[in-house]
Design a protein. Structure first.
Lengths: 240, 250
């Protein structure tokens, strides 16, 4: 069975800056995987390469066995990405936005699923509201909804709870846990390490474009008895 | 096919929702040109035996088709890039061919809607004669396609709104204004007549006008050949850039 996500020696440079310096990683189907690291560690670049938003200089990336370069259409169909930036199209309502996003993935007539996503993200009352009129937290929820409209087996959440209130966080994690329980692979980047500690079964720590630690959350924590994930993170980043 | 249709519909819906700016404004601009130039020149100028106001109408219609086709694709893309919402189009499995076709056809659609609006508005001021409607349609579709594709290139190339404005003000606007919208090139000195023949938009205007009056500066078939060749060249370039992910995928 192919890995949900497979990265082999991925290198990405921006001019003289090496954003990814040979990253290799396999994420199994059904995992809840955490990709952590300080700003500039290469997490978002890695996600961009996986999603086809950036092209690696070398290395191979695949989603459920589909190469993201050669078989890009199928690979993108298997992937749902919540981008880090709070972006939206100001011309449309929430429902229009989700219908349009479904159409981009070749799906029509999926209002039942859209309604279910809206309900789970507490957006039902905002379905006919223009995106411009939503608060930052609401817009963030719509970004999550957009990533889910095509029911992707692999879901990448790039800091999905940045600037989001506690209530939504709890609702969001409940929904994402349910999706994970139904077999969806979840890849999460976040600066809220307590969330990663509570949710992720396995964690990779990145620093300067490399993976510097990769293990189950339990073993990472076990190597530093009594420490929180935040303590582990700080020690690994300092090179202890 | 669904992804193409969705992107096309979204682009049409986008300009439709701000129709006051994207549709009504160009109609008003064309009307002002007609009122001012027509009032000043109608009594004194006739071209190909046609009174000046009547001669001016097809040129104004085609000028708005071209300028609005360019504006549609270019403004949509620069806006998506600046706000970051372009990511919604880049993440799904939309082929570069579908991407190209959706943006260009939506641009042509906006050009045609504006054309109908300008014709309807100007019909009160000058009688409209239509000699060859298929020529009108052919030049509007292919000419709009050329400028729509050029708008895709400009929208992807520009990183800021002022760069796009420079493209529009220093390339598209001069080429359209100096293409025979307001005059026949036979009224120009020889040197400028020769220069006009290097402007592909001249052929779009001249061929489009032929459809109304049955007379033109250049045989319409030659004009159509130039316009189709321009479309093929600009489309080929645009598709090549999209396939490479130029300035869209890092």
């Amino acid at each position: 069975m192919p890995a949900a996500v497979s990265l082999v020696d991925v290198v990405k440079r921006f001019g003289s800056l090496t954003a990814l310096a040979g990253v290799s990683l396999d994420i199994a189907e059904g995992e809840f995987f955490g990709l952590l690291g300080p700003n500039g560690a290469g997490k978002t670049t890695l996600i961009s390469c996986l999603a086809g938003l950036a092209r690696p200089d070398s290395g191979q990336l695949s989603v459920l066995g589909r190469d993201v370069g050669r078989d890009y259409r199928e690979a993108r169909r298997l992937l749902g990405v919540v981008p880090q930036e709070l972006v939206f199209d100001p011309f449309f309502t929430v429902r229009e936005t989700l219908r349009i996003q479904s159409g981009y993935f070749g799906i029509r007539g999926n209002d039942d699923w859209i309604d279910e996503i809206l309900a789970n993200l507490d957006l039902t009352s905002k379905a006919e509201v223009n995106m411009r009129r939503l608060s930052g937290g609401m817009k963030r929820r719509v970004l999550v909804a957009q990533a889910l409209v095509h029911k992707p087996p692999v879901i990448v959440l790039d800091e999905p709870t940045a600037g989001v209130d506690v209530e939504l966080r709890q609702g969001l994690w409940q929904f994402v846990r349910r999706l994970n329980g139904e077999g969806h692979t979840i890849i999460l980047t976040t600066h809220y390490l307590e969330e990663a500690e509570a949710l992720c079964g396995r964690i990779a720590l990145m620093k300067q474009g490399r993976i510097v630690a990769l293990d189950t959350t339990a073993r990472l924590m076990g190597a530093h008895p009594g420490a929180s994930l935040e303590d582990v993170f700080v020690r690994v980043m300092k090179g202890d | 096919m669904i992804s193409f249709w969705t992107l096309f519909s979204k682009e049409v819906l986008r300009f439709w929702k701000v129709g006051f700016q994207t549709l009504a404004a160009p109609v008003l601009t064309a009307l002002l040109y007609l009122l001012i130039f027509g009032h000043v020149l109608d009594e004194h100028v006739a071209i190909h035996g046609i009174r000046y106001t009547g001669f001016l109408v097809p040129g104004l219609v085609m000028m708005q088709v071209l300028q609005n086709a360019f504006a549609n694709s270019s403004s949509s893309l620069i806006q998506s890039k600046v706000t970051g919402s372009i990511v919604f189009v880049l993440l799904p499995p939309i082929s570069y061919g579908a991407f190209f076709a959706a943006y260009v056809l939506a641009s042509v659609a906006r050009g045609l809607v504006v054309a109908v609006g300008v014709l309807a508005a100007t019909a009160w001021f000058a009688p409209i004669r239509i000699e060859a409607p298929l020529w009108i349609l052919a030049f509007a579709l292919v000419g709009g396609g050329v400028l729509g594709a050029l708008g895709v290139i400009a929208g992807i190339w520009a990183e800021k709104f002022d760069q796009l404005a420079a493209f529009q003000n220093f390339l598209v606007m001069p080429l359209t204004m100096l293409s025979g919208v307001f005059y026949s090139i036979h009224s120009l000195p020889d040197i400028w007549q020769s220069v006009s023949h290097y402007n592909p938009i001249f052929y779009m205007i001249d061929g489009f006008r032929y459809g109304f009056f049955g007379v033109s500066d250049v045989p319409p078939l030659r004009s159509l050949a130039v316009v189709v060749a321009s479309f093929a060249a600009v489309s080929g370039l645009t598709l090549g850039l999209l396939r490479r992910g130029w300035k869209l995928r890092a």
